[in-house]
Design a protein. Structure first.
Length: 672
């Protein structure tokens, strides 16, 4: 895992239109100042050595308002060896009246520290200069680390640093501190992000301090990610209306660096993922994955040259059912059929109140290699009690229960900060094989908003930890939280409790080696670390003797697969690439794509390789890329072969907006 050993600011030294960049970089046991004169180009130059020997970690650099001339002093805090085998955090400064002056050691901030500190100059001031504020991890004497806040009263530079309070106990590394524009009085709040141990990894957690009263304790905010694996850097940006947004980057998984932000018009809303800065390494890839047919729509333009009439799609849903396009296609067996639940559906000549409503289909076809013959219901599924079923409010999964079935839907979608949020998941009951769904209860607004479910008896291995008798008929619920920006969590509930009454859900809150269960959803820990899980499908695959999870991810982009011997794991630590939309059959032919440029549209602004684009949303989408998502396993079609298994799954493409039937041969050797 990489570590950031540099601290960067833009100072007030300027030889032209742009102020210089200043950095301190830790190498060996020295801390060195570097700068870039932005009037002369892009060459970095070494300045003076800040700490000639004894530096034991990264430094944190600011430019303060202490100035005898035109330029404020540089201030650095850095961990140093103390001669007793421990570390202390030390403050150094440089008087910028003369750049040739040496750096000076100001004083020790804290002893018994366990990593770098983060330094700011705040607006607390009884005199001319705002106080210095530092957060640093300190050994707590119990084998763990606490993140502690220290400050320096700058009315007198000779005063010692003071310990203000503990921000968080049992942290996993250094924190990053800023002062925000949230303020009920004269002083903006302090905001910190810090990694804490969580399951088999680390959670990045936000803490804040209400500065209306310095004696108040620090408060725990929201979690940013459960896939953290290192440090984070936090700023307050110029995005936002009443309050500026928080922006951060954090180390995740094995080698990733990921960006997150929090739009501060709603402090109760979650942190949102906004991009991959550094990617994971390319995973093992399954090369046998192929598309069999397009399941929905009237025409399948794959391979069509744009001349004449395009070939028909397998089920010709527009002429047969007035269905132009749809997505998803989660399946489950029920009453001798395989049912499919599709998502937001565009229909021809539909009633006004059918806009974006979902779609149900079924099949008794057991020979998928020549395509699946689906029969589609004319009317969309309806949920009682006014449950909204508009865009992004879709069926998630379902399970048969004899003459009736239970189906899970998402609802209460909203857009927030330029991102989509699936508001909550609900459980419904259907007694007429797919037409009318009666609301039973809410499931989750947190970590189980997009779910995949499977029913089965609780075995003896799990019974004691879960706290239910062996053999109990239970429903396993795997879920993700934020839309396409989540890890995977697990819950289990007695199947009989799906109906109104007691609903005693247990959430997996353990590690790979120590399964533990909690009745609090906030305690749920990831089954594996990904951070970008979208639509999710988990099924027991008897031919592989494994639970298999398939999902879309943006790191690296594609459809990923993981597996485990039990619902809680241990899940494979690294994913397998089940479908790479960028993969080429011929490396020398950029139009030989297995996904993009074949049945998913490659924008013509990139290259003219295909004619599969649609005009689904009011215009022909020549320059809009296709996107892969919703890899829903059709587990009852899996076939054992050659020690492995042929699996089948639906896959959605954004352009064209259709669902496809896919297959892949899974060799157990690739599962790990």
């Amino acid at each position: 895992m990489s570590r950031i050993f540099a601290s960067l600011i833009q100072g007030d030294f300027s030889g032209g239109d742009h102020r210089n960049f200043e950095a301190v970089i830790w190498t060996g046991d020295q801390l060195q100042h570097w700068f870039r004169d932005n009037s002369e180009g892009h060459e970095w130059r070494p300045g003076q050595v800040v700490v000639p020997a004894g530096a034991a970690g990264a430094g944190c650099l600011i430019q303060s308002d202490f100035a005898d001339g035109d330029h404020g002093n540089f201030e650095v805090v850095v961990p140093m060896t103390n001669g007793n085998g421990g570390l202390e955090l030390v403050h150094w400064f440089h008087v910028n009246t003369d750049v040739t002056l040496p750096w000076q050691r100001a004083g020790t901030i804290a002893t018994n520290v366990a990593g770098p500190g983060c330094l700011i100059q705040s607006d607390f001031a009884d005199g001319d200069h705002g106080n210095f504020e530092v957060v640093v991890p300190v050994n707590n004497g119990n084998g763990g680390l606490d993140l502690v806040h220290f400050f320096h009263d700058n009315t007198d530079v000779t005063l010692p640093w003071q310990r203000a309070g503990t921000i968080a106990t049992n942290v996993a590394g250094p924190g990053c501190l800023i002062q925000s524009d949230f303020a009920d009085g004269d002083h903006g709040n302090f905001e910190v992000v810090v990694p804490v141990p969580w399951g088999d990894g680390q959670q990045l957690r936000h803490f804040f301090h209400d500065n209306t009263d310095v004696t108040l304790p620090w408060q725990r905010g929201q979690f940013v990610t459960d896939s953290a694996n290192g440090w984070a850097s936090l700023i307050s940006s110029d995005y936002g209306e009443d309050h500026r947004n928080f922006e951060l980057i954090v180390e995740e998984r094995a080698q990733s660096v990921i960006g997150y932000f929090h739009p501060n018009e709603d402090v109760g809303a979650p942190w949102l993922r906004n991009g991959v800065v550094r990617w994971e390494e390319y995973p093992v890839s399954i090369t046998s994955t192929r598309r069999i047919c397009q399941l929905t729509g009237e025409h399948d333009r794959t391979g069509w040259d744009g001349e004449g009439d395009p070939p028909f799609a397998h089920n010709r849903t527009e002429s047969a059912y007035r269905v132009r396009g749809t997505d998803l296609g989660v399946s489950f067996p029920h009453r001798g059929r395989t049912y499919f639940l599709f998502g937001d559906t565009l229909r021809n000549n539909q009633p006004a109140d059918w806009d974006n409503l979902d779609l149900v289909a079924y099949t008794q076809d057991t020979t998928p290699e020549d395509g699946l013959d689906l029969a589609f219901f004319w009317e969309p599924p309806r949920i009682s009690d006014g449950i909204s079923q508009r865009g992004f409010e879709v069926p998630l999964d379902a399970v048969s229960a004899g003459d009736h079935l239970y189906a899970f839907f998402s609802t209460d979608h909203r857009s927030y900060g330029g991102s989509e949020l699936m508001g909550r998941s609900v459980i419904t009951r259907c007694d007429d094989d797919g037409f009318a769904f009666r609301l039973v209860r809410e499931l989750s607004r947190h970590k189980l908003v997009n779910v995949s479910v499977q029913r089965g008896p609780l075995d003896a291995r799990a019974a004691d930890g879960v706290g239910l008798p062996a053999g109990t008929d239970v429903l396993w619920i795997w879920g993700s939280g934020r839309y396409r920006s989540s890890d995977v969590y697990l819950a289990v509930v007695p199947f009989a409790q799906l109906e109104p009454g007691p609903f005693d859900v247990r959430y997996f809150a353990g590690t790979r080696t120590s399964p533990r269960w909690s009745r609090s959803e906030d305690d749920a820990t990831p089954l594996f670390h990904d951070g970008s899980v979208g639509e999710l499908s988990v099924r027991w695959q008897p031919a592989l003797h494994r639970y298999v999870a398939t999902y879309n991810s943006d790191n690296l982009r594609g459809i990923h697969l993981r597996s485990a011997p039990a619902p809680w794991g241990p899940w494979t630590t690294a994913p397998v690439m089940l479908f790479d939309p960028w993969a080429l059959d011929d490396a020398a032919d950029p139009c030989s794509g297995r996904g993009l440029g074949r049945f998913m549209h490659l924008p013509w602004t990139t290259r003219v390789c295909d004619h599969v684009q649609d005009d689904m949303f009011g215009h022909r989408r020549d320059d809009e890329p296709g996107g892969e998502y919703g890899p829903y396993q059709i587990a009852d079609l899996t076939r054992a072969r050659g020690g492995g298994a042929d699996i089948y799954f639906t896959l959605s493409s954004w352009n064209p907006y259709q669902a496809h039937l896919m297959t892949a041969f899974i060799d157990p050797a690739v599962l790990g």
